[in-house]
Design a protein around this ligand. Structure first.
Ligand code: HEM
Length: 470
């Protein structure tokens, strides 16, 4: 018999059995935000038969991020990805194999590789915006989605896919994407049309990558992309090479980790640059300073110097993290202390943290609803002052995002090209958030009106710059 826990976290009040589900389906983040105000940072919501315990804010989320897999695991809560990624990778395999596969990701994304990827990112962004002509109006959101899939194809999937197979592969990726609907989270194998299409797409992708891998292996040609890194990867445990199924699965996992997250972040950032003249002026001034120092060429080292653009992106992610809830399954009981009161979270609970809620806590951030990239400036660094796990759009601890640097490079590349070559403005109002999605982004199109010109000092509104940058 399990002992009864005395200090369980407070419970969200709901109608028995389906009440929690109804509240949850209406919008888990809105529900959690309201309960945070009512019950504090730790509370449990019963959704059908499952207890979900929220751990909101840095003071209560350390165990979530730091505990070993034997205590807090991802597999149970993220296994709905298995039919999409395939049976040989990530949440389908035992933890020691998964750890090796995460090492393959790290190798594929290390700085020496990134340098080459950035050259490709610059080429893709320039080629893409060249087609915009002298002036016009576009849906920035759709354009960025397209540019990011082009760049991902080139840097991750390889030159063969980018140059000759892009049409078919992007359709297959689209089918995989459409096969991930809310019901898939609970019933990933439900025999519905979108799941059947997803399974066919997964199978075909493995055939396509199988052929590319064999061709590379036979010809001995080595490319600088993630596909090559995965082909060259070997398991330490037994020295074996990766299979076609594993390589395909890891590439799909990278695409799913980085595609919508990055395109959504770049859309929000664009919306802020178009509506915050002070932010735009500082971003432009930074580009001019860098051009003066290094000339026009864009490469990895030059982009690394764009601190202001990085802070603007960081602030965008604080306010609009695309992954709004991160989950783990608790295999052991654990305690958290809230303002001197100790709660025990029993094993078997699903635990949840929320980057959306963490980013708006007034206990961590001053005026949390206002956009202010300088809150992350040296000396202020509001996220660091409030402790580890205050800033979690990329997660943290044991499973922090492995593509964070890639994403920062990609988004800064895109905006360097746009800032240097165009003046632009938003048509319409600042977008609302589409909460009803697995990866949360802006609603509807973001219409941008633009005119081509070369950025000069005359384009920068000097009155809006802080004294230190003039
Ligand atoms: C993990 C966010 C871009 C690959 C994560 C996690 C978050 C996240 C929150 C942790 C999930 C959890 O703890 O449950 C983001 C955001 C991105 C981004 C906001 C862009 C703005 C990328 C890119 C890649 C990538 C571009 C690959 C090229 C991964 C991988 C993991 C991960 C492999 C799993 C790490 C692990 O579990 O140990 N990401 N990501 N991400 N991300 Fe990203």
């Amino acid at each position: 018999l399990r002992p009864r826990h005395k200090n369980l976290p407070p419970k969200v009040r709901t109608i028995p059995i389906i009440g929690g589900l109804l509240k949850f389906l209406k919008g888990p983040i809105q529900m959690a935000r309201e309960e945070y105000d009512r019950l504090g940072p730790v509370f449990t919501c019963k959704v059908l038969t499952r207890n979900i315990t929220f751990l909101l804010g840095p003071e209560v989320s350390e165990h979530f991020f730091k505990a070993p897999e034997s205590e807090m695991s991802q597999k149970e809560v993220y296994k709905f990805n298995v039919p999409t990624f395939g049976p040989e990778v990530v949440f389908a395999v035992d933890y020691p194999i998964r750890v090796e596969q995460y090492r393959f990701f790290m190798e594929a994304l290390k700085v020496s590789k990134l340098k080459g990827y950035v050259d490709a990112m610059v080429e893709e962004a320039e080629e893409f915006t060249d087609k915009w002509g002298k002036e016009g109006e576009i849906d920035l959101k759709a354009a960025l989605e397209h540019l990011i899939i082009l760049t991902a194809s080139r840097c991750l999937l390889g030159v063969e896919v980018r140059k000759s197979l892009f049409g078919e592969v992007s359709q297959l990726i689209y089918d995989l994407d459409q096969g991930m609907v809310p019901i898939s989270v609970l019933f990933p194998y439900l025999p519905i049309a979108v799941h059947r299409k997803r399974d066919a797409a997964r199978k075909r992708l493995e055939e396509i990558f199988g052929a590319v891998i064999e061709k590379r292996r036979k010809s001995g040609i080595q490319e600088n992309d993630m596909l090559q890194a995965f082909i060259d990867s070997k398991y330490k445990a037994d020295g074996r090479s990766t299979t076609h199924g594993e390589i395909t699965g890891l590439l799909i996992a990278a695409l799913f980790g980085g595609q919508h997250t990055s395109s959504i972040t770049s859309s929000w950032l664009g919306a802020y640059l178009m509506t915050q003249p002070k932010v735009l002026a500082q971003a432009q001034q930074e580009q001019l300073r860098i051009i003066e120092k290094h000339g026009e060429a864009l490469n990895h080292d030059v982009i690394c110097e764009m601190d202001y653009l990085a802070r603007a992106m960081k602030e965008t992610l604080r306010m609009h993290p695309p992954l709004v809830m991160l989950l783990r399954y608790a295999h052991t009981d654990f305690d958290v202390e809230v303002r001197g009161k100790k709660y025990t979270i029993p094993k078997g609970h699903i635990t949840a943290v929320s980057p959306s809620i963490a980013g708006r806590l007034s206990t961590v951030y001053s005026s949390p609803d206002s956009y202010d990239p300088d809150r992350f400036k040296a000396g202020r660094e509001e996220d660091k002052k409030a402790g580890t796990y205050s800033y979690i759009p990329f997660g943290g601890g044991r499973h922090g995002c492995l593509g964070e640097t890639f994403a920062y490079m990609q988004i800064r590349t895109i905006y360097s090209v746009i800032l240097r070559n165009f003046e632009f403005e938003l048509v319409g109002s600042f977008p609302e958030t589409e909460w009803n999605a697995l990866v949360v982004g802006p609603v509807g199109p973001i219409t941008m009106k633009y005119r081509r010109r070369k950025l000069t000092q005359a384009d920068v509104c000097a009155d809006l710059l802080p004294e230190s940058t003039v």
